[in-house]
Design a protein around this ligand. Structure first.
Ligand code: PHE
Ligand code: NA
Length: 440
């Protein structure tokens, strides 16, 4: 077999991981989850979970990936011969389900970029969104997006993924910051900041049984955790980097970018004549950013230009995430089945495209919800829980050894990390799975 690939540069890995993390989760899913689950109350729980669960779990994935130099299925096989191996399969299934609908939504984002270029955002955003989702056009944009994913992943780690994220990630950051500056000049920016930045916490206690699972699903989704992306990307790391430092950068950037998206969206919404009541009303569904933002852009001078830049930026962010999901499944075929990269990519890409067709074709969004809930409420949480138990309780030595490699004075931090996995992470994830089971 050919020598296994690796990242060419130190920053390549970080950029790829940031590219994976920053995507539709930040721009499309986050705002409507906030709208659906109690606004700032959701935000507070979400941020707490990022710190308490997200950070320890990303380190588990990094250590497992770098220790084994394998795809997620192969990684678990290498660590032990027990039935824990099957965790890898949860990851592969989750990747399959997530990419199939992620690509459909990314196709809509592409469509909204085109609407902007055509100066074509409708005053009735809901009608335009209804006409965009469902039918052959939606299948076509899904196909175009998957073709782009196949093209990048087909070129491999250095020439495909690393090369493209080096262009995409800086572009995403620069464009978003630029858009935030532009949004700050809009007439209702002050009013919008006041709305966005003043939390009302009274709802957490009353609604925690719905907020907690939803916030956890969002935390895993946004950090690309629980399906082996970070295992796969860390498996291409040759050197002993300080994984904790990289984790802080990646988690910090993902969170900062989600925050920045709000600094763009809310001034646009308010300045495009959407009242708080309208925003809240549209805010609790997958159509939110499409309907509300395009409608607002239609009311702002040069709105279609900035709308095209906004949705174009989101298309790039979605691509840099989608390639990471695809790489999980492709790396499995390459490492474990000896398939060459190009046929593996074409095969998996086509299968995922077909699996997403019902979501694309169905105009009601009910398939979308089924796929999204299966993946995020169950598969990601289950994958992360099993892996945290395995490393936290069973293979502790492997985690500690690997984490310690790039860190000179690990000291008590290693033990603190293991105990964070053993109790807070495991207990919280069990509670969340339980709540989802009751809710289902
Ligand atoms: N983190 C990505 C986003 O926020 C989505 C994703 C989920 C990517 C799971 C990989 C794995 O858009
Ligand atoms: Na994200």
């Amino acid at each position: 077999m050919a020598q296994r690939e690796s990242w060419a540069t130190r920053t390549g890995f970080i950029l790829a991981a940031v590219g994976s993390a920053v995507g539709l989760g930040n721009v499309w899913r986050f705002p409507y989850q906030v709208g659906e689950f109690g606004g700032a109350a959701f935000l507070v729980v979400y941020l707490a979970l990022i710190a308490v669960i997200g950070f320890p779990v990303i380190l588990v994935e990094f250590t497992v990936g770098r220790y084994t130099d394998r795809n997620p299925v192969g990684a678990l096989k290498q660590i032990g011969t027990s039935s824990w191996q099957r965790i890898g399969w949860v990851f592969i299934v989750a990747g399959f389900v997530i990419l199939s609908y992620y690509s459909v939504v990314a196709g809509w984002v592409l469509q909204y970029t085109v609407y902007g270029l055509q100066g074509n955002y409708a005053a009735d955003g809901a009608a335009q969104f209804g006409a965009t989702t469902g039918g052959m056009m939606s299948v076509l944009t899904h196909a175009i997006f998957m073709a782009a994913v196949i093209a990048v992943v087909g070129f491999g780690i250095r020439r495909g993924i690393e090369f493209s994220v080096k262009l995409m990630v800086p572009a995403i950051i620069i464009l978003l910051v630029g858009l935030a500056v532009y949004a700050g000049t809009l007439p209702s920016a002050g009013e919008a900041y006041a709305y966005y930045l003043s939390p009302d916490l009274s709802t957490i206690a009353e609604n925690w049984t719905s907020i907690l699972p939803a916030a956890a699903a969002q935390a895993f989704f946004t950090l690309s955790l629980g399906m082996g992306v970070m295992i796969t990307y860390a498996s291409y790391l040759g050197e002993d980097r300080n994984l904790a430092k990289d984790a802080v950068i990646i988690v910090g950037l993902d969170t900062a970018i989600a925050f920045t998206v709000g600094l763009v969206a809310f001034p646009v919404l308010f300045s495009g004549d959407l009242a708080v009541a309208d925003i809240v009303e549209i805010g609790d569904g997958p159509g939110f950013i499409f309907i509300a933002l395009s409608q607002a852009f239609s009311n702002i001078p040069l709105g279609s230009v900035f709308g095209a830049i906004f949705f174009g930026t989101v298309t790039i962010a979605a691509l840099s995430s989608a390639i990471s999901i695809m790489e999980v499944v492709v790396s499995y075929l390459i490492d474990e089945r000896g398939v060459d990269r190009v046929p593996a990519t074409l095969l998996i890409g086509t299968a995922i495209f077909l699996f997403g067709v019902p979501v694309a074709y169905d105009g009601s969004l009910s398939w979308l919800t089924v796929y999204d809930e299966l993946a995020n409420n169950i598969l990601l949480i289950l994958g992360a829980l099993l892996l945290s138990i395995y490393i936290g309780w069973v293979k502790t030595d492997i985690g500690l050894e690997e984490l310690g490699k790039g860190i000179r004075n690990l000291g008590g931090w290693g033990t603190a990390w293991i105990w964070a996995l053993r109790v807070p992470v495991v207990v919280t994830l069990v509670v969340i799975l339980g709540l989802n089971a009751i809710g289902a």
